[in-house]
Design a protein around this ligand. Structure first.
Ligand code: AHR
Length: 524
């Protein structure tokens, strides 16, 4: 194991020889280095990397968004105002719906027409509760319009028919024909724009337990009828990809169907326990330093996971036309004690926030292939942005990470290099910092940095070439403890604050980053 001291000595002696533009490093006790080439752009970070996911699961849709027009909770056409207002601040670019596992049992026609006539079904995947279909296609599209988000629809392959999928696409996007007529009767004259359509979800699991060969054939058949109508010509057809590291699935689906897809998905959930329910995934709020480190190790594997998937994609898609959508990702903990079984309701601490910063920095770094990512899920489920308790609402530390990272939306990824210490106590010698750097349209360089170390501040020295910086400001999200989180009683325990220990001297920036923190630094 590399000791911190040895690594530091190597870094310092190397650093004194490194010429960074006009900046020459010296030996002034820097602990960790970042070099940024502000004139070397490596790609564009799609804003859709900051996408979200809303499933008919627990209280994500019902209560999280939908309260109905007659609710005492302030709402617009049944959709709660406070949640929409909060989400507008993080600029939700795209929203995936209606699942998840729920997508492959969803029959869209149950969710249109007068609400009183819609059939009640049972949500067999999630909690066995009544699904009264009061939130359907029109309500979802209304929500997207309120948020200013693009809709990403997940179609039903597992238990739906080709005809049903074809008619849904027609209902949403055609201007003529029987389905368009029905939509108009239901109150929507103009077709909607649906830029993304998923052909199934986790079809290796809850979406029909298919083999990759069988799914690839089914994908080819279903997608033939996902026909974009005028105004929706660019609609991306999205094939189901693997859960984590199932590379065989990617290999087969890409080999058999790459030429018929615009994107393939990847799902990646992280925790410290096991998928085995007898063991459990771990508590969201009560954990040791060792479990903190374990989660960070698991999260950091996302880089390799993406690289492995992309390597196979490259084999069958040499022109790199097919995009990768990480359309479910995040932490997955044991449900909060006392919450409804099957609702996947969990709290969200600074550990989740730092994990999110690792994921998002990784997606940024892979922005030439990763064109969309959707954290699971937006309200009240898994690594949520928003938690509600009837009329009460709070935002989580992860919400604040999305707020900070909005600086990267559609910005140019810049070349940067990080030399940092390994995290003490990590058998896998994981890095103690995670960084991503981009330049926005105004020329501002935005640096997002997570301090993965749960106990120690990080003294970061950053040399910038390619621009002549004149000012620097920063914001930080930290909390007192590594498990700090917001509650309905104490909703602002974790919040964004100004980053005070930051200074610019010529092209050199120095900053002290608190333990277990996520920061945004803007250099002009
Ligand atoms: O996000 C919860 C579930 O996780 C989704 O429904 C499913 O796609 C995945 O297994």
């Amino acid at each position: 194991m590399i000791s911190k001291k040895v690594l530091l000595a190597v870094v310092v002696s190397l650093a004194s020889f490194v010429q960074a533009g006009t900046v020459v490093r010296d030996q002034v006790e820097p602990q960790q280095y970042l070099t940024i080439k502000a004139d070397v752009e490596k790609g564009t970070i799609s804003k859709n990397i900051y996408g979200h996911f809303a499933e008919h699961l627990g209280r994500c849709i019902y209560e999280g968004f939908w309260v109905g027009e007659n609710s005492d909770i302030p709402n617009i056409r049944g959709i709660r105002k406070d949640v929409v207002e909060a989400l507008k601040k993080i600029k939700v670019p795209v929203l995936r719906w209606p699942g998840g596992c729920f997508a492959d049992k969803y029959h869209w026609m149950d969710g249109i027409g007068p609400r009183k006539d819609r059939p009640a079904g049972i949500n067999t995947f999630w909690g066995g509760v009544i699904e009264d279909n009061s939130f359907g296609t029109h309500e979802f599209m209304d929500l997207c319009e309120m948020l200013g988000a693009d809709p990403y629809i997940a179609g039903n392959v597992g238990s739906g028919t080709v005809e049903e999928m074809q008619e849904w696409v027609e209902y949403m996007t055609a201007d003529i024909g029987a389905m368009a007529q029905l939509r108009k009767l239901n109150g929507r004259e103009k077709p909607w724009k649906v830029p993304f359509f998923g052909v199934g979800n986790e079809n290796w699991g809850c979406g029909g337990e298919m083999s990759p060969e069988y799914y690839a054939d089914e994908y080819r058949r279903y997608q033939s009828y996902v026909i974009p109508f005028p105004g929706n010509e660019g609609m991306k057809k999205v094939a189901c990809g693997p859960g984590g590291e199932d590379l065989h699935w990617v290999e087969v689906v890409m080999r058999k169907a790459a030429n018929k897809m615009d994107a393939i998905t990847l799902h990646r959930y992280v925790f410290t326990g096991s998928w085995d329910a007898r063991i459990g995934k771990g508590s969201a709020t009560s954990f040791t330093r060792e479990l903190w480190v374990k989660l960070m190790e698991n999260t950091l594997r996302i880089d390799q996971n993406i690289d492995n998937v992309v390597e196979i994609m490259d084999k069958y898609d040499r022109g790199k036309r097919v995009e990768l959508y990480v359309d479910e990702w995040g932490t997955w903990w044991d449900q909060e004690p006392g919450s409804h079984a099957g609702f996947l309701y969990q709290q969200n601490t600074m550990r989740d926030a730092v994990s999110a910063s690792i994921f998002l920095n990784s997606f940024n770094e892979h922005c030439n292939r990763v064109k969309m990512a959707n954290i699971a899920q937006i309200n009240n489920v898994l690594q949520a942005m928003i938690l509600t308790d009837k009329e009460k609402m709070i935002v989580t530390p992860t919400y604040h990470v999305f707020e900070l990272y909005a600086a990267h939306h559609n910005a140019k990824l810049l070349e940067s290099e990080l030399e940092c210490n390994p995290l003490t106590g990590s058998e896998k010698k994981v890095q103690s910092l995670t960084v991503s750097v981009s330049k926005d349209d105004s020329g501002t360089v935005n640096i997002t940095v997570g301090n993965i170390d749960p106990e120690n501040s990080a003294e970061l020295v950053c040399d910038i070439t390619g621009i002549s910086p004149v000012s620097v400001v920063g914001k930080v999200l930290a909390g007192e403890q590594m498990n700090s989180h917001n509650t309905f009683e104490n909703p602002n325990d974790v919040k964004i604050e100004a980053l005070s220990n930051i200074k610019l001297d010529g092209r050199r920036l120095t900053v002290s980053l608190p333990p277990h923190s996520v920061s945004l630094i803007n250099v002009k």
